[in-house]
Design a protein around this ligand. Structure first.
Ligand code: URA
Length: 185
């Protein structure tokens, strides 16, 4: 807990890449700092940049519905992103921005020490699970990564763009909730 506070203080002053010039706020992460499960998205959007909290815009509100549907209280888990600062116009993160930002995520994971990491979307999955990850092929699959199990689901924005993916998302979230509940007993 203490560790994470120190990391956050440092991160809020980060100038490791040029996104620090355009951000309004650093979006460090939110939730239960001893959660056995951590959700990792891509990067803050406009609302997140304004509020300094991940997943509070349209995609976040949509994701909240899935958490509710599978009975995972949002406050019980930890939620953060690969990038802590918003890319202008929500463009995809650049590899050098991910490289500059990943040490923060590593410190977060080290401090929280979760058993499970869930990637929200292809950007987080290809960075954290592996470059060959294909979200349409590999969503919902479990990967053993030594200290933790990892899985990826569709990004909530992808579901808003393509509602045909919603069934798969619910199925994946049901499996994730089962794993989560086993971890909690
Ligand atoms: N999309 C993300 O990947 N993260 C957020 O925090 C908001 C939207």
């Amino acid at each position: 807990m203490q560790n994470l506070e120190i990391t956050k203080e440092k991160c809020l002053n980060c100038r490791n890449c040029s996104l620090c010039d355009t951000r309004k706020n650093v979006v460090f992460g939110v939730g239960n700092e001893s959660s056995p499960i951590v959700f990792v998205g891509e990067a803050p959007g406009e609302n997140e940049d304004i509020e300094g909290i991940p997943f509070v815009g349209a995609a976040g509100k949509f994701f909240d519905k899935y958490l509710l549907a599978v009975d995972i209280p949002r406050d019980d888990v930890y939620i953060c992103n690969i990038l802590k600062c918003r890319p202008p116009k929500n463009r995809d993160p650049k590899p050098e921005e991910e490289d500059a930002c990943l040490p923060w995520l590593r410190e977060q994971i080290k401090a929280i020490n979760p058993k499970v990491i869930i990637c929200l979307g292809r950007i987080a999955a290809s960075r954290l699970i592996g470059p060959d990850f294909k979200i349409t092929r590999d969503h919902g699959k479990w990967f053993d990564k030594g200290n933790f199990k990892m899985c990826a689901v569709y990004h909530p924005s992808a579901l808003l763009r393509d509602p045909s993916k919603k069934v798969a998302m619910l199925e994946d979230m049901i499996e994730i909730a089962k794993v989560y509940k086993e971890l909690k007993v």
